[in-house]
Each structure stands twice: as structure tokens, then as C-alpha cells.
Design a protein around this ligand. Structure first.
Ligand code: SF4
Length: 84
């Protein structure tokens, strides 16, 4: 008997758009879904091998082929630092 692993992103209850996030909140949701996924390492490895440039794969966000730590909101970055 074989068992098939069904990753969280394959659930019909999950909006696939969260894996192509437009906001930090969507990225956080995608990361939380990937966190317990047993396919995490293979998912990221396949994305890298196939030249995938964007989206959340294995819990990691790729933008234009580069791993980014923080999803920024769209728009121009501030020119001056803002106190936290
Ligand atoms: S690690 Fe990959 S396969 Fe697993 S939930 Fe995230 S995107 Fe889906």
C-alpha cells in the first residue's frame, strides 16, 4: 500500500494566490502553510532546478529568481528612514 502525501497548498480550501503574495500578510500565511509540509525541501529544490523565478516554494519567497526575506508592499520605497 502506498501513501500519497498531500501538501497543504493542494487543499481546495487554500487560495493559491497566497503563494504569489502581494502583501506581507499573504506571505506570512503561505509560510505558515509550508512550515509543516513534508515536501518542503523537495518543493524548493524543484523550483530552483526548473528555474522558477517567483512565488513561495518550500516556505521561501522568490522574486525574480532571488530569495527575499521580507515581502514588501507594492510602491516606491521611502527615501527617509522612519522610526519604529
Ligand atoms: S512546501 Fe511546497 S508543496 Fe509544501 S505547502 Fe509549501 S508550496 Fe506546497
Amino acid at each position: 500500500m502506498s501513501t500519497t502525501v498531500r501538501p497543504p497548498c493542494a487543499s481546495p480550501e487554500v487560495d493559491p494566490d497566497v503563494f504569489f503574495p502581494d502583501s506581507p500578510e499573504q506571505y506570512a500565511l503561505a509560510r505558515s502553510l509550508c512550515e509543516g509540509c513534508p515536501l518542503r525541501a523537495a518543493c524548493l529544490a524543484e523550483a530552483r532546478e526548473t528555474g522558477t523565478t517567483d512565488g513561495v516554494w518550500g516556505g521561501v519567497l522568490l522574486e525574480r529568481g532571488v530569495v527575499v526575506a521580507v515581502k514588501r508592499r507594492p510602491g516606491r520605497p521611502r527615501k527617509v528612514a522612519v522610526a519604529a
